[in-house]
Write a new protein. Structure first.
Lengths: 328, 339
């Protein structure tokens, strides 16, 4: 097991190096660079810098150096000092922008992930063990509705309902009066009244799909002979179902749990924009729109790194969970 | 039930109500198993032999309806269970499963949980029925693996099924089935998926365990050779009914049902009838939606007489301990007397 983890972790290193290089190339791809964008920005505000000054700036920022040298400067700053560069659009260090929003993003995303699983797994197991029962059909209808209704539409409907019937302040995560207030019990309560809408929206969409996956996996497993063997040992239905087929049916979930990591980081962008959530998703969208290259590039890099780490975590979890992988 | 009885089935019916019609997969099966004896059940695929075993365990598929008959069990402990009255998930049947009746399945490749060690699977059963703690249960699991002649039992207890060969998995399966000293072991084609060498070893093991532990075995197979090797008595099934029951000698040397006779004739033998085609039973097994009226075997039977065999279901005729459900069982009995 230790050898397996070590091997996988070592394999991840070249992947990470390659990904960071690709990310850097991508942020260089759009026409123009930091200086031309800066000059355009100045011109828009009625100011002016000469081409000579521009050239001097390029020299000063090292933009004339070969790509590999620039890459090395960029990646070494990130690895050695955690410095992701500077955002033009926000006029602030990229790391500050991202870390500011990361806490809330992680909170909302992980809460919705946990809720999704808490709903999807028991409902999927129930639907499979009581196939074609009334509740199975009911869950199926809700599942397809949840999958079919776009998240942003559900968000809009919930916002409208809670605004016009419940008289709640909606959008964002805090009421205006708490926006910059220090943390108090009242502020936490205010957060709770805002938080339920994004959680409901994100969890319904995710759970609807996962219920179908879990149900299908379970139906496959329930028909297998080892389930009958477990019954023949005298175990009760609950112990058989949760102890044997669920264990096997969870494997596809576990092999994809790592992908939740980048998703946790980017959040659901559209829902976050509609609900005006101060998470990282809208920040990424804005950075891409404004060609804010260091911010966007850092996002791409972080997302890719999270994907690699997430896959590594999935592999390790799966090996821990399923002996057939561990010893293969 | 007489004192030597362990299990008695009386007129057991299992039906499958399907869209295409009602399938009577088990249509009035009666047999019994005495303490410590091996009953072989032979029949083609779809004859209802496995479904009858599932009816004993109350592990019928969800679509199946237990439509009638009684199944009674009196294990070593002396209490009597009316299995046919028990619900699929009732506490009483869960006491019987694994504890009084062990079951060995056909596919050793898939019949063990792929994500648990064989030790864990055995330990769960002994902890459930014997109330042992983890350490004792583990020691017992190792003992059981040694008993089924698993090599290096104290290491194999931590092995996963996919690390074992087919024969070793079937040994682990048997260890699981006998883990609580059951009075009855139901072996549902336990050697069908194995090669002949392994099959011989598993049969040898089952015979040895049976004499050591004094348990009874219901051995389900479609292989007469295996039956001859292991069974004391044999029941032959055809289309949901038992057509003949007799001691293994009577089945082989004095069959009193045309189906048994025809089956035996279709077994290749060394040194006999060389160079000639092996006789086969004419026709095909009818589909389960259109079972012929009267004796179900009559369209394929060389003894069948219209007006009798295709009209009335033959009654059970007793010849000592031999029971045959054929209108002409006496005629078959005479034929043997002349041979």
């Amino acid at each position: 097991m230790v050898a397996f983890i070590l091997r996988r972790a070592l394999l991840a290193i070249p992947t990470l190096i390659f990904i960071s290089f690709i990310s850097f190339v991508i942020i260089q791809l759009p026409p123009g660079d930091y200086v031309s964008a800066y000059a355009a920005e100045l011109r828009r505000m009625g100011d002016y810098i000469s081409p000579l000054q521009e050239a001097a700036m390029r020299e000063q920022l090292g933009l004339n150096d070969p790509m590999l040298v620039q890459y090395w400067r960029w990646i070494s700053a990130i690895v050695l000092r955690g410095d992701f560069g500077y955002s033009l659009d926000w006029n602030a260090p990229v790391s500050n922008l991202i870390w500011d929003r990361l806490g809330l993003t992680l909170m909302i995303s992980s809460a919705s992930l946990v809720i999704t699983w808490l709903i999807a797994i028991p409902v999927g197991v129930y639907s499979a063990t009581r196939q074609y029962s009334f509740l199975d059909y009911l869950f199926t209808v809700f599942g397809f509705l949840g999958k079919g209704v776009p998240d942003f539409l559900l968000a809009l409907v919930l916002m409208w309902l809670s605004f016009s019937y419940l008289n709640l302040n909606v959008g964002g995560l805090f009421s205006p009066e708490f926006q910059n207030a220090p943390w108090t019990l009242a502020k936490v309560w205010d957060l709770a009244t805002h938080l339920w809408i994004p959680l409901v929206v994100l969890a319904t969409g995710g759970a609807a799909g996962l219920i179908r996956v879990m149900r299908a996996n379970m139906l496959d497993e329930l028909g297998k002979p080892y389930v009958e063997t477990a019954y023949a040992q005298g175990l009760s239905e609950g112990k058989v179902v949760w102890g044997y087929p669920v264990r096997v049916a969870l494997n596809p979930f576990i092999s994809t749990v790592g992908w939740a990591l980048p998703a946790l980081f980017s959040g659901d962008i559209i829902v976050a924009v509609v609900l005006n959530l101060p998470t990282t998703g809208p920040l990424l969208l804005q950075a891409l729109k404004m060609q804010d290259m260091y911010l966007a590039g850092s996002f791409i890099l972080i997302l890719s790194v999270f994907t690699v780490i997430g896959t590594l975590i999935s592999d390790i979890l799966l090996a821990w969970f399923d002996p057939r992988i561990r010893y293969a | 039930m007489p004192p030597e009885r362990l299990l008695e089935l009386d007129d057991v019916q299992v039906h499958f109500p399907l869209r295409e019609g009602l399938v009577k997969a088990v249509n009035g099966v009666s047999y019994h198993v005495n303490k410590g004896e091996v009953l072989g059940i032979v029949g083609e695929s779809g004859s209802g032999k496995s479904i009858t075993a599932r009816a004993i365990m109350r592990l019928l598929p969800k679509r199946a309806v237990a439509a009638g008959g009684s199944i009674r069990l009196r294990p070593r402990t002396g209490e009597e269970f009316e299995l046919s009255a028990l619900d699929r998930n009732s506490r009483a049947i869960r006491q019987v499963r694994g504890q009084h009746i062990g079951m060995v399945f056909q596919e050793p490749m898939t019949a063990l949980s792929p994500v648990h060690t064989i030790g864990t699977q055995i330990m769960r059963t002994v902890q459930l029925h014997k109330g042992l703690n983890r350490a004792d249960a583990r020691a017992r699991a190792i003992d059981l693996l040694a008993k089924v002649q698993m090599p290096r039992p104290s290491e194999m207890v931590d092995a996963y099924p996919h690390q074992l060969s087919g024969g070793m998995r079937q040994r682990a399966m048997i260890a699981l089935a006998i883990s609580c000293d059951p009075s009855l072991l139901i072996a549902d084609e336990p050697t069908t998926a194995l090669d002949v060498t392994t099959e011989a070893q598993i049969l040898e093991l089952l015979k040895q365990l049976q004499s050591e532990m004094g348990m009874a075995i219901i051995f389900i197979t479609h292989n007469f050779g295996v039956i001859a090797d292991i069974a004391d008595r044999v029941s032959v099934m055809y289309l949901g009914r038992i057509v003949e029951t007799a001691t293994v000698d009577d089945i082989f040397y004095a069959p009193k049902h045309p189906y048994t006779k025809a089956l035996l004739r279709s077994i290749p033998r060394l040194g006999v009838d060389q160079g000639r085609r092996l006789p086969t039973i004419p026709g095909m097994v009818p589909d389960p939606f259109s079972v012929p009226p009267g004796c179900a075997f009559n369209p394929r039977c060389t003894y069948a007489r219209p007006g009798i065999c295709d009209v009335t279901t033959p009654p059970a005729k007793h010849f000592g301990n031999q029971i045959s459900r054929c209108h002409f069982a006496e005629k078959l009995a005479e034929e043997h007397a002349h041979v």
